[in-house]
Design a protein around this ligand. Sequence first.
Ligand code: NAD
Length: 334
Amino acid sequence: MARTTQTGTLRVACVGAGNIGRSWAIAYAMGGAEVRLFDISEAALARAWTFIDAAADDFVAAGRLERKELLRERIHAVTSLTAALDDVHHVQESVSDDPAVKRAVFAELDALAAPSVTIGSSSGELPVSKFTEGLPGAGRCLLVHPVNPPHILRAIEICPTPWTERWALDACRTMVESMGMVPVDVTREINGYVINRLQYALIGEALHLVGEGYCEPKAIDAAIKHGLGLRWAFLGPFETSHLNATQGYREYMLTDEAGARRLMSDIRADYAWDHALIERIHGYLIQAMRSEDIVQHQQRRDRQLLSLMQHLQEQPQLAAAVDGPETKPVRGER
Ligand SMILES: NC(=O)c1ccc[n+]([C@@H]2O[C@H](COP(=O)([O-])OP(=O)(O)OC[C@H]3O[C@@H](n4cnc5c(N)ncnc54)[C@H](O)[C@@H]3O)[C@@H](O)[C@H]2O)c1
């Protein structure tokens, strides 16, 4: 079945207004869409508005949004799922990471949304097939997973389930690209997909290194934020390796192949960490970033990310293997 309404203004329902849902609402609004934002929790919606207003200020200050009111003009909080889904083209599900909740929400979304509506899940770990199997409209359900926060970062992981139909995959890819985001195409499902598997491989080895006393938590953060992470801000790991040797990637990997294999077999992404280790690392983190101040630190992180994105977009592309179109300032007209 083909989606019939891809002309004119895109209308999107964001279901779940927590950390990711509220950020998605801004991302879609910045992409020119009219957004309906729904959550079963009024408190979550109230927090979402505070977050949206703060992001609007940041976007205006960065020259990415013409005037702050635009976000409130494009995002509408609604009080029922029926109102959220009325005449939309796409639903972005971002409810709590509980398989039973996801399954119940998807059953409801599938029953209420018109057949041409695509339903994307933000699920970071759980494969979408685990909660869409057997639904009459399972063919329009798929993974559309962002990196937090999607209103600033542009990578969007897209993956079909075994029963996702081609038209739904194509429609979501086109939608993501038309908003200036970059699809990360995943061919088939695996727990954690690509983004979280990469992220957790690093987190696992970091726990191993600290847990076994090879370094303190501070050394891990320093190694990434003052070293590896700066290159990763504009090069992927394969691209980084390619530039680490005179003759490129083959030389990097094969000059000391035995050494590379020995190191990789030593790395412990599956390290059996315990709660004492988590408490120790938490203790280190709250010295500089108290739990009560997390919201302010998140805002600072988002502002820094925005400046970094701004800087990167002003630079000539070094490697453009997966990069999408530039993000343009958002103006009032549609
Ligand atoms: N937090 C991240 O860094 C991150 C990154 C990428 C993807 N994700 C994914 O996004 C999804 C949401 O994660 P989050 O961090 O925003 O969680 P969250 O707990 O901040 O928000 C979840 C929201 O869903 C709402 N909700 C629960 N049941 C609902 C229902 N039946 N209808 C409508 N709303 C309902 C809750 O009230 C809550 O506000 C998860 O699937 C997660 O894997 C999270």
